[in-house]
Design a protein around this ligand. Structure first.
Ligand SMILES: Nc1nc2c(ncn2[C@@H]2O[C@H](COP(=O)(O)OP(=O)(O)OP(=O)(O)O)[C@@H](O)[C@H]2O)c(=O)[nH]1
Ligand SMILES: [Mg+2]
Length: 336
């Protein structure tokens, strides 16, 4: 399935119906008074967040949402019918933005939350309203008010508790597939992961949490290098980051350098990401080259007061400890 996290749609609320120009016609009453009814209200476009909806996929194929106009007023003071509202269902966690200005119109973060994205126009008044002592037979009525219309961007941020960050090819996806039912593609080349994946982690009797695997970051990602940084928005709401480092790849330099490169890109995307607690890990401990170098690498972090856990996403060695560290950080975060 395609993961759709952003979609642009056109919405147009219904126009109000026209007011009516009409005069009473009764037997034996030669000139009846005005009796034109009002137009009906145009339908609103409502955007509704529901937890049962997981993606914006449906909206990708239905981009135009146009509500009907209100019914026109009729004679004998009959009001036109109000037209029906249109409900657009989105997942909880969807941001609604004005496509032109980029302004965030609302953040639908609660199940059942409703936002009227385009208001239907009121119906015009019929000529019955305009009779005065000097003009008892007004020949005009109001037109309905136009319904609002705009292009909006719906943007879904995944709700993950933990985000996995790191350079490409370090084993982020291997880790998530080891600890959850998520099955992202894993391969021995950079940028295997092109879209974020979510996995639910349930480990022993430890607390369940949701973890997001995102594409790898490289130096210059904030300028669009590699996969860029736009996927980082999926981890903006996580509570904890799992930072995975790989020291087995010759071209990657040392662990501290890698750690700083990734953090530098996080900072340039959004400095507040730096405030999230990180569980720092070195993966691929099963490889002899990693085993050989790891002590020296961890010492550098130790000196700076940063704890590093080593694990192997392939053999599972150390994975429980990593999960334990994550759970601990999630807990202390909640306690604040
Ligand atoms: N030996 C060993 N290889 C591993 C381990 N974890 C991952 N790998 C290998 O490393 C390569 C990259 O793994 P991925 O999980 O795709 O890496 P990624 O970080 O998700 O990469 P991108 O999505 O490209 O950023 C694959 O060939 C994996 O089999 C590990 O613990 N030990
Ligand atoms: Mg990956």
């Amino acid at each position: 399935m395609n993961f759709i996290d952003e979609v642009k749609i056109y919405i147009k609320a219904g126009d109000g119906g026209r007011g009516c120009v009409s005069f009473r016609r009764e037997k034996f009453v030669p000139r009846g008074g005005p009796d034109g009814g009002d137009g009906g209200r145009g339908g609103d476009i409502k955007i509704h967040a529901e937890s049962s909806r997981r993606t914006l996929l449906d909206l990708k194929y239905a981009r135009h949402h146009i509500a009907k106009h209100g019914g026109h007023g009729k004679g004998s003071n009959r009001t036109g019918r109000n037209s029906e509202d249109i409900d657009i269902i989105v997942p909880v966690g969807t941001l609604v933005k004005d496509a032109e200005t980029g302004e965030v119109l609302t953040d639908l973060h609660v199940d059942g939350q409703l936002y009227i994205a385009a208001k239907g126009g009121a119906g015009g008044k019929g000529n019955a309203w305009f009779a005065t002592s000097t003009n008892q037979a007004p020949r005009y009525a109001q037109a309905g008010i136009k319904g609002e219309e705009r292009w909006v961007i719906l943007e879904l941020k995944l709700f993950a508790d933990v985000g996995i960050i790191g350079l490409p090819n370090v084993g982020k996806s291997t880790f998530i597939s080891k600890v959850s039912a998520a099955r992202p593609k894993i391969a021995d080349y950079p940028f295997t992961t092109l879209v974020p994946h979510l996995g639910v982690v349930k480990y022993g009797n430890m607390e369940t949490f949701v973890i997001a695997d995102i594409p790898g970051l490289i130096k210059g990602a904030h300028e669009g290098m590699g996969m860029g940084t736009r996927f980082l928005r999926h981890i903006e709401r996580t509570s904890v980051l799992l930072h995975v480092i790989d020291i087995s790849q010759e071209s990657y330099g040392d662990a501290w350098q890698n750690f700083e490169t990734v953090n530098g890109e996080l900072f340039l995307f959004n400095p507040s990401l730096m405030e999230k607690p990180q569980v720092v890990t070195i993966n691929k401990i099963d490889l002899p080259v990693t085993r050989e170098r790891i002590k020296k690498e961890i010492d550098i972090f130790d000196k700076k007061g940063i704890k590093v856990s080593a694990f192997s996403a392939v053999t599972g060695e150390g994975v429980t400890e990593v999960i334990h560290e994550i759970t601990k950080k999630l807990h202390s975060k909640k306690a604040v």
